[in-house]
Ligand binder design. Structure first.
Ligand SMILES: Nc1ncnc2c1ncn2[C@@H]1O[C@H](COP(=O)(O)OP(=O)(O)OP(=O)(O)O)[C@@H](O)[C@H]1O
Length: 318
């Protein structure tokens, strides 16, 4: 489970689903509290869409359950559906339809009537910035605007949980940033947001937590800082250090210290691998000072997000 002290609004509880003999997801568990964005990260074919479709009650799991505010999706799919907004990775084209017609159609499909429907349409088209484009045919919208339209439709019934399947895929950098901002606002309104991507960097700035999936099984859950720290400790980080005293003496001293793996001279300094956490690194810096080595530079390069993703997944074909 994603570690959190808050009550989960969405709980995916040990779900397993096979298609024929192929196990698409196996014992997948994680949870998302209200007000949080959880990134669901995994390479192509990892099981993200299958998990999200089950969470959105569009598919039944073979085993396990999904609970929304404590309600079981298996026992009460209609009740759960009312609380969930699902934005699929691909949606039907309604090329000849205008933005206004499209939103109105879905508002009616959600059973919204009269003033309530008009209020909901105003609210979602304002939020997504689509109001100036209401009379435009969908065929004339950019990919970014189409994604906003899909999000607008998903928000019509004001769901407390949002499940967004690869919403940023195919968007240009500006549209990505704008979409991220909208997602953050929605979480700040108290919604629980589950958002998938096959790249960690795309979501790292807005996610409170991530769940990493590969080959149908969860590889890691938690916040990115904790996962990065764990990966640093396991994989090691590279530290660059410069000393005012004799560099050879500094290199000899470092080579004998705990967590230090491999030292080499580089320009006036020493570069070494370090397999400890930030605390252990701070201790090492303190020891170099006590030793009289007079450090003037001591810089640990932490694992970057691309490396973290590669560390958490094994790149299995799926
Ligand atoms: N309806 C289906 N019938 C047969 N196999 C399926 C079906 N849906 C998914 N699969 C298989 O289940 C596995 C998981 O697919 P899923 O679409 O959930 O992955 P994903 O992580 O969303 O991938 P992508 O990033 O490529 O969208 C894949 O091997 C896929 O081929």
């Amino acid at each position: 489970m994603v570690a959190t002290t808050k009550e989960p609004l969405l709980e995916v509880d040990t779900i397993t689903k096979s298609f024929g003999r192929h196990v698409a997801v196996s014992q997948v568990s994680f949870s998302v509290p209200a007000g949080a964005v959880c990134g669901f990260i995994g390479p192509n074919g990892a099981g993200k869409t299958t998990t999200m479709r089950i969470a959105a009650t569009l598919e039944l799991p073979d085993r396990g359950d999904v609970r929304v505010a404590g309600r079981s999706a298996l026992l009460d799919p209609r009740g759960v559906r009312r609380m969930i907004g699902f934005m699929p990775d691909a949606y039907g084209t309604y090329a000849a339809t205008t933005v206004a017609e499209y939103v109105d159609f879905f508002a009616r499909a959600f059973g919204l009537k009269g003033k309530e429907r008009l209020r909901a349409i105003d609210s979602v088209t304002d939020f997504t910035g689509l109001r100036p484009l209401l009379e435009k045919p969908i065929s004339g919208l950019s990919k970014g605007m189409k994604q906003r339209l899909s999000l607008a439709k998903t928000l019509l019934n004001d769901p407390s949980i949002l499940i967004l399947d690869e919403p940023a895929s195919g968007l240009d950098p500006r549209a990505r940033v704008e979409l991220r901002e909208l997602i953050r606002i929605l979480a700040d309104q108290g919604k629980a947001v589950l958002v998938s991507s096959h790249i960690l960097t795309e979501l790292s700035e807005i996610c409170d937590e991530v769940a990493v999936i590969e080959s149908g099984t969860i590889q890691a859950t938690g916040d990115i800082a904790t996962l990065s720290a764990g990966a640093d400790a396991a994989k090691g980080m590279q530290v660059r250090a410069r000393f005012l005293t004799d560099v050879d003496a500094a290199q000899r001293f470092l080579a004998e210290q705990n967590f230090v793996v491999g030292t080499r001279r580089e320009r006036e300094g020493v570069v070494f691998g370090f397999k400890g956490d930030q605390e252990a690194l701070a201790d090492l810096l303190e020891r170099t000072v006590r030793e009289g080595l007079r450090p003037v530079e001591f810089h640990g390069e932490r694992i970057d997000l691309e490396d973290l993703f590669l560390h958490l997944t094994q790149g299995k074909l799926q």
